[in-house]
Design a protein around this ligand. Structure first.
Ligand code: HGY
Ligand code: MN
Ligand code: MN
Length: 424
């Protein structure tokens, strides 16, 4: 539904906010790294709370660190938008932050125009979306169903558990269940996000209307051999964990290509070696697997195949191997009526759009378990993301934010009021 004259976000304010938040957590090497439960993240949270309050939102931080801004009626099922402000290591300025700040801007416009809301609006920055400790942690806590063991066992690469990180940051990890919303409390959730892939950019489309989000399985394959001297140990008398891990990775990709998987994605993005010294045969090599597809059965089949390859390789090199299941976020199909509303908003604003799946994981796939959920994409230049050069044309960012504004307004408006045009 579009309003006349059409509401518009304040471009200068939104782009300024994106720039300001993008400057938080940038180290002396110019790298932006803002994992949840870190001092850099805390600085971003404090900045965000100020911006939320300036937009007329009442703010709170829940039991697991989700930052929540609210306006409108005290009761009634909530219309929610949001994303995340944590980043990957050396990440870009838009992944997550764009959706949170566009949500704050929506609130700002609604309050500036004194629009009467039929339902409460909440804008959320979810904790640890990137999974420094546990993938999609904040939305999983908010949606409910998180097991205490997941908080105790999930660790970052340095070995700090989520439990320890929360505790050190000032939260009581035992109280994580308090973050869960009661069933039915949220009626709709919409997330605005950069696509993080090349489709919209190459197809020249303004808006992506997301119909599904891939499921993600994260595992740790550990190869356990024996350290020894690099010079004196004959080649046929070694238990070399790193050589086994290298062969495992190669055979995994070979099998994946032989199977001709088209929609699935396989990534070994990280490896930890002990003792990690050039003149010592590795006693341990842990490789991190990220496997995705819209079809959860397909990723289950792929993981089974990789587990049998790991066992064969370990046998061949006379070493042990084990697998740690880190997280499994199920694929999500998004709500057709929210997709329709996004399409109407884009059309009303004279923008081109296309329906597409998301190859990236998002909090929306968790929220889809408890309410009607939708996602709006804008193009990523050259499809680049999880990279400091992640970039989207500012005009595209504004178009996406206006589509979010109109989509949210259509869900929130009590009656079709004639607001004055917002200030630019
Ligand atoms: O990994 C992802 O897909 C998301 O950016 N956390
Ligand atoms: Mn993201
Ligand atoms: Mn990301």
């Amino acid at each position: 539904m579009t309003l006349h004259p059409p509401l518009q976000v304040n471009s200068q304010r939104l782009l300024g906010d994106i720039d300001s938040l993008g400057g938080i957590g940038v180290d002396e090497n110019g790298e932006r790294t803002r994992p949840s439960f870190s001092p850099q993240y805390q600085e971003a949270v404090e900045w965000l709370i100020d911006r939320m309050r300036a937009a007329g939102l009442r703010t709170r931080i829940d039991a697991v660190g989700n930052v929540i801004g609210r306006m409108g009626p005290d009761n009634g099922p909530i219309v929610m938008t949001g994303s995340h402000i944590d980043t990957v290591r050396n990440g870009g300025p838009l992944d997550g932050s764009y959706g949170v700040l566009a949500g704050v801007e929506v609130a700002h416009i609604l309050s500036e125009n004194k629009l009467e809301l039929a339902a409460p609006l909440e804008v959320v920055a979810f904790a640890d979306e990137e999974g420094a400790y546990l993938s999609l942690f904040g939305s999983r806590a908010l949606a409910g169903g998180l097991a205490a063991a997941e908080i105790e066992t999930s660790r970052n690469w340095q070995g700090t558990s989520l439990f320890e990180a929360m505790d050190a940051y000032g939260f009581d990890p035992e109280r994580y269940r308090e973050a869960a919303y009661p069933a039915g409390a949220i009626q709709k959730f919409v997330e605005l996000h950069i696509e993080q892939g090349p489709v919209l950019d190459t197809q020249g489309q303004d808006i992506g209307i997301v119909n599904g989000i891939v499921g993600m399985r994260n595992l740790n394959f550990r190869f356990l051999g024996k350290s020894n001297h690099a010079g004196t140990t004959p080649m046929d008398m070694r238990q070399d964990a790193l050589r086994a891990a290298a062969e495992f990775i190669t055979r995994a990709y070979t099998r994946f290509e032989e199977e001709g998987e088209q929609t699935a994605r396989l990534t070994f993005g990280a490896i930890h070696v002990k003792p990690n010294m050039g003149n010592v045969i590795a006693r341990e090599a842990a490789v991190r697997l990220d496997c995705r597809d819209l079809d959860d059965d397909r990723t289950a089949k792929i993981v089974d195949q990789l587990e049998s390859i790991a066992r064969q390789v370990a046998l061949h090199y006379g070493i042990d191997a084990d697998v740690e299941y880190l997280s499994h976020d199920r694929a999500a199909i998004l709500a057709p009526d929210i997709m329709e509303e996004i399409g109407r908003a884009a059309e009303g604003l004279g923008l081109t759009s296309m329906v597409m799946p998301s190859g990236a994981g998002h909090d929306t796939q968790v929220m889809a378990r408890i309410c009607k959920a939708g996602m709006i994409f804008v193009p990523s230049s050259n499809g680049l993301s999880h990279h400091p050069d992640e970039w989207t044309d500012p005009q595209q960012l504004i178009k996406g934010a206006n589509v979010l504004l109109h989509t949210m307004a259509s869900f929130l408006m009590a009656k079709k009021m004639q607001p004055q045009a917002a200030t630019r």
